[in-house]
Design a protein around this ligand. Structure first.
Ligand code: NAD
Length: 497
């Protein structure tokens, strides 16, 4: 019997009253593995009202108790690590090892949330004026909402609700309707870790449910991760409704290869960073920029990419899995055709990829284009598939100009043996996350995930210290205690004395 994915409201797993259900499919077979509801207007309202009520008690809960909940939660997630990764691999098609990475990178954020006491410390200055002290506190906002994409169904929900809740907020999560089973398991384990009812709600659906949250007067803050078009809509609508919004969006990430880099390091790292997870990572490298003589390595890169083959999640030899749905596959194939039509050289073409035993999967094989120019759609657009475009320039300055002219700014990397080149690159590049001989520079959670330009709308980023700033208000107190009751005359200036 097909599983009906529940809503989580007030600590209870509820079956939605909706008439609208969306099938969740195995992307390797198209088999329907679950049905996910589009929550009704009343259910979304109930989720927010329940979170609002729970906030009244949770905001008064001592910080060490909040930290202890996160300690129990990270421990439980570690105990269930492989089980969560199996659910994740089955609904996304990711290889088991990659699914484990998705879960692990989320657990690291929960570990970070365990430090909430130190993270939320304010500032103090004694004697800002005679016998007057000034100090600041961080206080939670209320009901925060999170809208997450399909491509990291463990890591990205875990970027959001543990940090928000550790700060003293309550939360409504709207995960991707394409792989809701992983976030539901994360939510179940959160309850099992002893989270009081109402701290975390999970509702399901798509645009309608998200729009209800964006207009809801009791939701002061929205975190979003997903595509550029939806990110722009979320940022515009959320801020027009006077909410605090952080919206992480799409990307086009370049790796620059200097001729002094070590060839085999470059090839190994580039293969994994470009076609790993079928290119369905916001930090995937989708453009390789070869500087000078490094261009001679392209034939060997092609050979290495040709060795990678997609396969089923539990096939240990598979390099990556299927794309998330048939429409995603069609989109990627359309881009490959556009690249050919525009005159780029498709030196490795994954369009006709077949995987034995899974004829209906959304497969696309590794694909490499050369002779690519900046106006081609395979360069300008995020393809979100296993397609790498190679470009050639003569100098590092040219590579930097090319990348800074691209509207996205999520991640980039430079492979070189030169400290001077690395220093120049990290200083001049207009991208928020830079790897030096590191292909996918996703920061660990004590830093923040700092995409720039079209890859991010807002100012405070995910996790690190910035997440605490995003999920709290700062209250600054200026205090004086009179030692006697002799009052002077009124002070008519704005100066503290
Ligand atoms: P998506 O934008 O289609 O969906 C993201 C979320 O928004 C889902 O929960 C979905 O239900 C909801 N949604 C979809 N259409 C909506 C609409 N019209 N109005 C309101 N909500 C809507 O993204 P996706 O395909 O699930 O994820 C892939 C995208 O996410 C890629 O562009 C990728 O680069 C991006 N991404 C970015 C980061 C980052 O940190 N910058 C991380 C992961 C993924």
């Amino acid at each position: 019997m097909t599983q009906h994915v529940p809503l989580l409201i007030g600590g209870e797993m509820l079956r939605s009253e909706t008439q609208q259900w969306i099938p969740v499919t195995d992307p390797a077979t198209q088999e329907v593995i679950a049905q996910v509801p589009c929550a009704t207007v009343e259910e979304v309202d109930l989720a927010v009202a329940t979170a609002k009520k729970a906030f009244e008690t949770w905001k008064e809960t001592p910080v060490s108790e909040r930290a202890r909940l996160m300690l129990r939660y990270q421990d439980l997630l570690k105990q269930h690590h492989d089980e969560i990764a199996t659910i994740l691999a089955k609904e996304t098609g990711k290889t088991f090892d990659d699914a484990k990475g998705d879960v692990w990178r989320g657990i690291e954020v929960v570990e970070h949330a365990c430090n909430i006491a130190s993270l939320s410390m304010g500032e103090t200055v004694e004697n800002v004026a005679r016998k007057i002290d000034c100090y600041s506190y961080t206080q939670p906002l209320g009901v925060c909402a999170g809208i997450t994409p399909f491509n990291f169904p463990a890591m990205i929900p875990l970027w959001m609700f543990p940090m928000a809740i550790a700060c003293g907020n309550t939360f409504v999560l709207k995960p991707s309707e394409q792989d809701p089973l992983t976030p539901m398991r994360l939510a179940e384990l959160f309850q099992e870790a002893g989270a009081p009812d109402g701290l975390l709600q999970v509702i399901h659906g798509g645009k309608e449910q998200v729009d209800q949250l964006l207009h809801h007067p009791d939701v002061p803050a929205i975190s979003f991760v997903g595509s550029v078009a939806v990110g722009e809509h979320i940022y515009r609508t959320g801020t027009a409704n006077m909410k605090r919004v952080q919206a992480f969006a799409g990307a086009k990430n370049h790796m620059v290869i200097m001729p002094d880099a070590q060839k085999q390091h470059v090839i190994n790292n580039l293969v994994g960073a470009s076609v790993g997870a079928g290119g369905q990572r916001c930090m995937a490298i989708s453009v390789a920029v070869f500087v000078g003589e490094a261009r001679n390595w392209i034939p060997e890169l092609r050979e290495a990419l040709a060795q990678v083959r997609p396969g089923l999640w539990n096939d240990p030899k598979a390099g990556y899995g299927p794309l998330i749905n048939p429409q995603a596959r069609e989109r990627v194939l359309r881009y490959i055709q556009e690249g050919k039509d525009a005159g780029a050289d498709c030196v490795l073409d994954g369009s006709d990829c077949v995987v034995e035993g899974a004829p209906d999967g959304n497969w696309v094989g590794p694909t490499l284009f050369t002779k690519v120019t900046p106006e081609m759609s395979i360069y300008t657009d995020e393809i979100f598939g296993p397609v790498l475009v190679a470009m050639e320039v003569d100098t590092l300055d040219e590579a930097i100009s090319l990348i800074n002219a691209n509207p996205y700014g999520n991640g980039t990397s430079l492979f070189t043996a030169s400290g001077a080149a690395a220093r120049k690159y990290q200083h001049e590049i207009q991208v928020g996350q830079v790897g030096i001989n590191v292909p996918v520079p996703v920061p660990l959670p004590f830093f923040s995930f700092t995409g720039w330009r079209k890859s991010f709308y807002g100012d405070q980023h995910a996790y690190g210290k910035q997440a605490v700033r995003f999920y709290t208000e700062t209250k600054t107190v200026t205090a004086r205690w009179f030692e006697d009751d002799i009052a002077g005359g009124p002070n008519m200036t704005i100066q503290l004395k």
